[in-house]
Each structure stands twice: as C-alpha cells, then as structure tokens.
Design a protein around this ligand. Structure first.
Ligand SMILES: NC(=O)c1ccc[n+]([C@@H]2O[C@H](COP(=O)([O-])OP(=O)(O)OC[C@H]3O[C@@H](n4cnc5c(N)ncnc54)[C@H](OP(=O)(O)O)[C@@H]3O)[C@@H](O)[C@H]2O)c1
Length: 368
C-alpha cells in the first residue's frame, strides 16, 4: 500500500526541498502528500506552498504536480493545528507518515514566543500523529531537529545523546531541545519517531540557491559591511556545511530505509568539514572585505564597539568558537548503503554560495 504523507514547514528552506524530493519519490512508494501551511485564505496558502516549491523546479517537472499535492491551511501553534474538526478527522484517517519541519529558526526570539511554535507546535503535530496511530496504519513521525540541541556541550556529541546537562546559547537551541524532549515523551507512549539533526544548512549545491538568509548568512553580511576590525573567534572552529538539496536527500533516504527505525536519532552532518578560518578567507577574497582579526575570547573586549554592533554580532559568537563535534555513525551507515556521498566544501563550493548572495541582491560585491 502506498503511503500518505503529511508535511509541515513546506514553505521553508529545508521543507520545500523535502517536499520536492517526496514528490519525486511519489510514484514509487508514496501515494498522497498533504502539506500544512499558513496563509490568510486557502488560495493564498496554496500559492505560498507552490511558490516555494516551483522556484526550484524545472518547467517540465512543474506540470502535473499540482494534482499530486494537497495543501491545507493551518498553524502548528494552534490547537488541532488550527484545522476544522472535519479536516482534522479526515487527515487522521489517511496519514501514515509525518515529516515535521516547521519551526521558528531565529536567534533572539523571546522564549515564551518561540516555545509556542517550536515546543507546543511540535506537541500539536505529535498529537495528530497519535490520533493517526489510533486509526491503525500509522508508520512513523519524522522530526526535523538540529545539532544545536547540543548547546554549549564540548567534545563529541553522539546521536543517542540529548540531555547531558548542557546550557543553551539562545532560545532557538533551547526550544529545539525541549521539542526533542517532548518527542521522547510521545515515543514512550509508543509513537514511532525518528529525529534528524542537520548541522549548518546552506544553499543548493549546484546553484547556491537559498530562500533563507539566516544563520550563517547573517554574520557573512556583517563582515561584508566591514563593521568589525576584530572578533572573538577561533579560525580552527570546525564547520559542517550541509547543502539544502543534500540535506533533504539524506533525510528522505534514511526515512525510507527499512532499517531507519533501528535508531531514533540521525545526525545529518557533512564529514567533509571545513573551518571558520578557511570560510572567512574565501569570503574575504570573494567579497573583497577587510578580514577581521580573530582574537581568543578571553583576550577580547567589546569596549570598542557600539551597543548596536554588539547586538548584531553577539548571537553568532558561540558558533565561531564551537567546541563540539557530531558523531554521525548511524546516519553514515544507512547513507553509505545507498551510495550517498556528501560534497567537498572547497573554494568552488563556497564561491557558488557567495555568487547566489550577490545574484539575489542579499550582498553587494565590492569593486576594488
Ligand atoms: N536552516 C538551518 O540551517 C537549519 C539547521 C538545522 C536544523 N534546521 C531545522 O530544519 C527545519 C526547517 O528549517 P528551515 O531552515 O527550513 O526554516 P525556515 O526556512 O525558517 O522555515 C520554517 C518553516 O516553518 C513554518 N512555520 C513556522 N511557524 C509555523 C506555524 N506556527 N505553523 C505552521 N508553519 C510554521 C514556516 O512557515 P511560514 O512560511 O508560514 O513562515 C516555514 O515553512 C527546522 O525544524 C529547523 O530547526 C534548520
């Protein structure tokens, strides 16, 4: 029997690629796909989902796909996902697999606000899964989390680890940690849950495309504006960049593997790591900005900067000094079976990302 998929976050950066990959697999193992998204009206909701999907699709693939996809208007932060009783009941009768990708992915959002979406919202989607399970037929809840649940942990963080008494650098990390803890409670209730923890998701490996200039892209923008002569950072800090297309493919491949249920958590990280120093050198060369001096945190003083400069830079400092590495043995084992190979993060790869920043107008390249 073919599966009926329910997906959240389909208008998002990763979610739109997950949806695209699922549509690609549709004829093989998947029957129907239902995407829950926000919008003022049903029409606008459908337009938003299609727009984020169509942007990445070649024309010949666009035709016919509309009929394969059902879009429902909802909001994960609301009870019953903001769906009518009739829509909720109809969905729980047919859904066999859930991919939950929706979240607020920003630093600096007050905890009660981000919790409403990332924690309560996850609980609402888990409740839907539980209701699906009660109907029979439900197979698995695929939860998109993040390696950032490791917080300020130092050393190696394993896939089977979660609560190690770590502290969090921001409310995003904390809320995603709490969402995973919430998932554990539902796993104890017998709900089959697989969790995926991607590292730093960057633009498409072949085009550099992103619809989300958050996370890594924000400090890059600050450096290009030459706002800082010196920053508290270590050039040796390891970065694991995972291009969005590879990330979605890895998640889908693991989720469709018969052995996926053997483990509950998979780290979606690129073993071809790079470091902050190399990234900064390449960015500096491409965008022609003055490279900030990297100073160890204990020797650095913020005194020379204005409150605004400090406010803009501070959220990213922990990531320039990250002391944790992510073991991804479970994920690599399954991906190796399917001949999946992560791309090398070299100058050519980074140039593609940078080029898209310029093409999209996000960053202006200096003429020197
Ligand atoms: N980006 C990264 O580097 C990264 C790294 C590791 C893990 N992750 C994880 O990957 C997942 C996807 O992230 P992303 O980068 O794709 O984020 P994104 O581009 O910001 O997309 C977030 C998605 O969540 C939806 N959403 C937010 N609040 C919602 C609500 N109340 N009800 C329904 N939908 C809601 C958004 O819908 P609207 O369009 O309506 O706002 C959007 O579709 C997240 O769980 C994130 O924690 C991301």
């Amino acid at each position: 029997m073919k599966e009926t998929i329910f997906i959240t976050g389909a208008t998002g950066f990763l979610g739109s690629y997950l949806l695209r990959k699922l549509l690609h697999y549709k004829n093989h193992t998947i029957g129907n796909i239902i995407a829950l998204s926000r919008g003022e009206t049903q029409k606008e909701t459908e337009r938003r989902v299609r727009q984020s999907l169509w942007g990445q699709l070649p024309l010949r693939q666009k035709r016919g796909l509309i009929s394969l996809l059902e879009v429902v208007r909802g909001d994960i932060a609301k009870e019953n996902l903001g769906l009518s009783k009739a829509a909720y009941n109809r969905i729980i009768k047919k859904v066999t697999i859930i991919y939950h990708s929706a979240a607020i992915c920003e630093f600096g959002v007050p905890l009660p606000v981000i919790r409403k979406t990332n924690v309560d919202g996850t609980r609402n989607v888990l409740e839907l899964a539980l209701a699906c399970k009660k109907q029979g037929g439900f197979k698995r809840f695929h939860h998109i989390s993040t390696v950032a649940v490791a917080g300020d942990r130092k050393g190696v963080f394993y896939e089977n680890e979660l609560d190690l008494g770590q502290k969090f650098n921001n409310t995003y990390e904390q809320s995603k940690f709490e969402a995973e803890k919430m998932g554990e409670r539902y796993r104890d209730k017998g709900l089959p849950i697989t969790t995926y923890r991607p590292s730093i998701i960057v633009g498409d490996s072949s085009t550099g495309y992103t619809n989300n200039f958050k996370m890594l892209y924000q400090p890059l923008h600050l450096f290009c504006m030459e706002l800082y002569k010196e920053i508290p950072a270590s050039g040796n800090t390891f970065f694991s960049f995972v291009p969005v297309d590879y990330t979605a493919e890895a998640i889908i491949r693991i989720s469709l593997d018969n052995c996926a249920g053997n483990h509950s958590v998979y780290h979606i990280t690129n073993p071809n790591e790079t470091n902050f120093g190399y990234f900064l050198d390449m960015a500096c060369k491409y965008f022609k900005f003055r490279k900030p001096v990297l100073t160890p945190g204990e020797k650095f003083s913020f005194e020379k900067y204005t409150p605004l400069q400090i406010e803009l830079l501070k959220p990213f400092i922990p990531y320039f000094n990250y002391k944790v590495r992510f073991d991804a043995s479970n994920a690599q084992k399954i991906l190796k079976k399917t001949n999946f190979k992560w791309p090398k993060v070299n100058a050519q790869f980074l140039r593609r990302l940078f080029k898209f920043c310029v093409k999209s107008g996000f960053i202006r390249r200096k003429r020197k």
